[in-house]
Design a binder for this molecule. Structure first.
Ligand code: NAP
Length: 212
């Protein structure tokens, strides 16, 4: 597939790099070729193409959004997605008096906001419930089970495309339902972040989906 990345920092690069290594064509979608993350990404993987955002979106089969949540209003403004899947990896994270909290006060999910900002895209929340360390390396050779990647979205075909990529990358794609489920996934992210970044759990710990 041709896959465009808006945002090529920790998260974007880790996913794009692994997708490129298994044969996908990666386009870094940016209107600022001189940004640090874009220069860093193309040095680390010279196979990446770099194109203006709208050109990259027009050409690709699927778009990843891996930018700071607060930047999304600016980042998504004016882009025409023409019905393409948009994988929302972003998380609204806030800081309250008791520490980490949902950045939208748990009133709605960040992914529903992304869907409002990109109305002609088919938003799928994915690659959001772990730190980027698990996107660099998703293998758990000592276990006979793959890490679960919980996803959600309103469009079946878009979720199928994202699930295909997830399985190729070594995850069990777990469809949790429509986009309103994103609020619950964002709370799972907060739990993971608190456990790892604050309480010292290992950054390569993951959730598994076991079913009888
Ligand atoms: N870090 C994690 O472990 C993790 C895991 C899962 C999900 N997430 C979520 O994924 C998203 C990205 O996180 P990250 O750690 O990859 O961040 P990061 O390393 O800071 O990378 C952010 C990327 O977004 C770009 N960007 C920032 N502001 C922009 C703007 N106004 N317009 C266009 N591009 C802009 C940056 O480009 P420049 O170089 O030009 O600034 C960079 O390419 C966040 O929403 C985060 O909550 C993070």
């Amino acid at each position: 597939m041709k896959i465009a990345f808006i945002g090529i920092g920790n998260v974007g690069f880790a996913i794009a790099n692994n997708l490129q290594k298994i044969g996908h064509q990666i386009i870094v979608a940016t209107n600022n070729k001189n940004s640090d993350s874009v220069k860093n990404a193309s040095q680390r993987n010279p196979e990446f193409e770099i194109k203006p955002v709208q050109d990259a979106v027009n050409e690709c089969d699927i778009v990843f959004l891996a930018t700071p949540f607060q930047a999304n209003q600016t980042v998504l403004s004016g882009i025409k997605f023409n019905g393409k899947p948009l994988v929302d990896c972003t998380n609204p994270i806030g800081m309250g008096t008791k520490g980490l909290k949902h950045g939208l006060d748990s009133e709605k999910s960040g992914s529903e906001v992304v869907q409002e900002l990109a109305q002609d895209a088919k938003v799928v929340k994915a690659f959001s419930v772990y730190g980027y360390e698990n996107f660099i390396d998703s293998s758990f050779p000592k276990y006979n089970v793959k890490p679960a990647m919980l996803i959600c979205g309103n469009d079946k075909d878009a979720k199928a495309k994202v699930s295909f990529l997830l399985e190729e990358l070594g995850f069990t794609a777990t469809d949790t339902g429509n986009l309103t489920q994103a609020l619950h996934l964002e709370h799972m992210t907060l739990l993971w972040v608190k456990m790892v970044r604050v309480n010292g759990h290992h950054p390569n710990f993951v959730w598994a989906y076991l079913e009888k």
